[in-house]
Design a protein around this ligand. Structure first.
Ligand code: PEP
Ligand code: MN
Length: 714
């Protein structure tokens, strides 16, 4: 017998039941809702156009508050929940702000579509975040998953991608250290952020009972975050996998009824799996924040509420971090995140990742960061970018957890960023900061000037502190020539009392036919010899491209006299967290030299040591004329440490020790001396190189020379 047609059977030919009729009416209302939303967004596009052409603020909180209050009142009058209406309107406002921004957005893009690199396989959470980021901006993306974070970043630097979207922190698991480390080592800029809710589900190839599962695959984080749920499946073995989406893919491929995977619903659906259970994470509120990276910074209109991310290395002084932080707070810059990471190769030293509210395109923020630069030893600006809307659910969760829980209907407290995401990127000229003239002679430098910092700067090279009241001896051959030569030299100078080992591997020779150095192979030899002798090492870099690879190995990077005004080289040195030894150009004035140092400091690297090495004069009895008067002049004009190189300064072995002693008497904070195990066989600068015994005599003689008392030279 045929079944009675069921009343809610859509295929029924009978007249619709009352329930059907109601559902159809609801469908109609939903369509109207969408139409109304579309109208609202179309109006917003027009508002965006009007704002772009006027100085009106992109975000008008006063107007938003009024608007929300009005619709809440309207909701109450209509007898519906004001909370519900408020939530919807807030989401619409946030989305509208993003759409407004799309108008003027200048995110980097290769062509029609934005090429985005992420870590993981398709449908990984990073992929979902990248899609959400572009989608909200009305941009089309071409997404490529990479095996590691480093490879995703490399896709940017090799121009295979326009943006990279990488996770930086998770509300359950904390910070993602590898990504922080990439920000430190690579020349990348943060241009945006995205926040994604991590909502794990359990999925399998077919709708099987949970009791039949024997294996559950996921990323270790996924397994850990669902530990309580997994404990309810005692027969299912947790299996760690490379990432959650790949676990989904693997389960789909195996197609076996006893295996399931933990990951996003989107990934489950993309791999054709059946979702067995949703919302299985122990913590319901699990969010990941992603950063959006590009190879060039994007300047956003100062009207856009932005966040600025920095890397900070504090001075080697007590209370240094506190001073940096007070400086921010005295300038009304709200700190939103402070994360410390160990400084590589510097046990128990830290670098800080700092997020503040504000935009460097805002003059007030730029000026405060300038001051911070002189307070910090190293400051790297990672970027200013629009604050991501805090999703309403995340905000509620946070408020619910806070001791002073606010009810959902009360207005958001002032310190809680309301939902905003306004990536209106507009080209804004860099803020003009009035050049200070005092103490700079030509106004060409101010960060290096004593005016900006009365105390001496102390620069750390390995474990050696250079500057202040210390006296540092840097010694070693002009060039690294062989393993044996550099090892012998390292032992000899260490025994004589040197603190840092020198050795050129890229040699700036006057003639292209002269020995040019052993290159990176020589650098390995130098580092190994220094390590064996317990000495940090210094070597010269000739070009910007050499800076990062050499900085990974050498403790101090030397800029040779011939490169003192190689501005691209100086700028690149300003961007890495490695101290710099800046030699004086043979025909440069002291002010030109200080302005060259300013190039490094202006980029954020305050770890500069100056080295007088003689200038070119009419005098031909010596290779150069060692300008020892520069030492007390520099002590007046700058807080940076000053060393003297009597080897290149005279060019003659016999003159090295007397000038070294004179340098100490003049107030130098150290020396750079060429020492070769067999000077007569040296491949470069043999005439001015000391033998190990000669160097020993020089060092012993120093103890007979009093250094000027503090204040005697300045
Ligand atoms: C050196 O130190 O080996 C060197 C090349 O020095 P300068 O740049 O001072 O000539
Ligand atoms: Mn030399």
């Amino acid at each position: 017998m045929a079944d009675e047609p069921r009343s809610d059977d859509p295929t029924s030919s009978e007249s619709p039941s009352p329930l059907d009729a109601l559902r159809r009416e609801i469908d109609g209302v939903d369509r109207e809702l969408v139409d109304v939303l579309a109208r609202r967004l179309a109006l917003i596009e027009r508002v965006a156009g009007a704002k772009a052409a006027s100085p009106a603020p992109i975000r008008d909180r006063g107007r938003e508050d009024e608007l929300i209050a009005r619709v809440e009142q309207h909701a109450r009058a209509a007898g519906i929940s004001a909370t519900l209406v408020r939530k919807i309107v807030e989401e619409v406002i946030a989305h509208g702000l993003v759409r407004q921004a799309a108008h003027v957005s200048r995110l980097p893009r290769g062509g029609e579509v934005v090429r985005v690199a992420f870590q993981g396989v398709p449908w990984a959470y990073s992929h979902l975040a990248a899609m959400a980021y572009l989608g909200a901006r009305g941009l089309e993306g071409e997404f490529t998953g990479h095996r590691t974070f480093a490879r995703a970043a490399a896709a940017l630097t090799s121009s295979a991608a326009d943006l990279a979207v990488l996770p930086i922190e998770n509300t359950t698991a904390g910070s993602i250290n590898q990504v922080y480390d990439l920000l430190r080592t690579e020349d990348l800029h943060v241009v945006g952020e995205e926040v994604l809710r991590v909502d794990h589900c359990l999925a399998a190839p077919a709708d099987v009972p949970l009791s039949s599962l024997r294996r559950v695959l996921s990323h270790p984080q996924g397994l850990e975050q669902c530990a309580a749920f997994l404990a309810t499946l005692p027969l299912a073995e947790p299996v760690t996998w490379f990432d959650t989406a790949e676990a989904m893919a693997a389960v789909a491929k195996a197609g076996d009824g006893t295996a399931a995977a933990i990951g996003s619903v989107a990934a489950a659906e993309a791999y054709g799996l059946t979702v067995l259970r949703r919302g299985i994470a122990d913590q319901e509120q699990n969010w990941t924040r992603f950063i959006v990276l590009a190879t060039e910074p994007v300047r956003f209109d100062p009207r856009v509420p932005c966040k600025t991310s920095l890397i900070l290395v504090t001075r080697h002084e007590p209370g240094a971090l506190l001073r940096c932080l007070s400086l921010l707070s005295n300038n009304a810059l709200q700190l939103t995140k402070l994360e410390s990471r160990p400084r590589p190769g510097r046990p128990w030293e830290y670098m800080f990742f700092v997020d503040i509210e504000g935009n460097v395109a805002d003059e007030r923020v730029a000026a405060a960061l300038e001051v911070l630069k002189s307070e910090a030893l190293y400051l790297k600006l990672l970027g200013s970018y629009p604050v991501k809307a805090e999703p309403a659910a995340a905000r509620e969760a946070r408020l619910a957890e806070a001791p002073t829980a606010e009810s959902a209907t009360s207005p958001a407290p002032a310190d809680v960023p309301a939902s905003v995401d306004v990536p209106a990127s507009v080209d804004v000229p860099a803020p003009a900061i009035a050049p200070t003239r005092s103490g700079t002679r030509s106004g060409a430098y101010r960060l290096v000037s004593r005016d900006s910092r009365p105390e001496d700067t102390v620069v750390r090279v390995g474990d050696v502190l250079v500057g202040g009241a210390g006296f540092t001896l840097i010694a070693g051959p002009c060039a690294v020539e062989s393993k044996e030569q550099i090892e012998t030299a390292a032992r000899a100078v260490k025994d004589a009392g040197a603190h840092v080992l020198r050795g050129g591997v890229f040699k700036p020779r006057t003639s292209p036919y002269a020995f040019q150095g052993l290159g990176f192979a020589g650098l390995e030899l130098l580092a190994a010899a220094g390590h064996a002798a317990g000495l940090p090492v210094v070597t010269e870099v000739l070009s910007p491209e050499q800076v990062r690879p050499v900085a990974r190995i050498a403790d101090l990077l030397q800029v040779g006299a011939r490169n003192m005004q190689n501005f691209e080289l100086l700028r690149e040195l300003g961007r890495v967290d490695r101290p710099v030894l800046l030699k004086r150009g043979p025909s440069s004035t002291i002010d030109e030299w200080l302005a060259a140092a300013e190039y490094v400091l202006a980029q954020g690297n305050g770890q500069v040591i100056l080295c007088e090495r003689g200038i070119r004069t009419f005098e031909s009895a010596t290779r150069n004329t060692l300008d020892l008067s520069a030492v007390p002049v520099l002590a007046e004009r700058t807080h940076l440490p000053v060393l003297v190189d009597p080897s290149h300064g005279t060019g003659r072995r016999a003159l090295v020790a007397p000038m070294a002693w004179a340098a100490r008497a003049a107030g130098a904070q150290g020396l750079l001396v060429e020492v070769h195990p067999e000077p007569e066989r040296a491949l470069s600068d043999g005439d001015q190189s000391l033998s190990p015994p000669e160097f020993g005599r020089l060092v012993r003689g120093l103890s007979r020379v009093p250094a000027p008392a503090a204040g005697e030279t300045a």
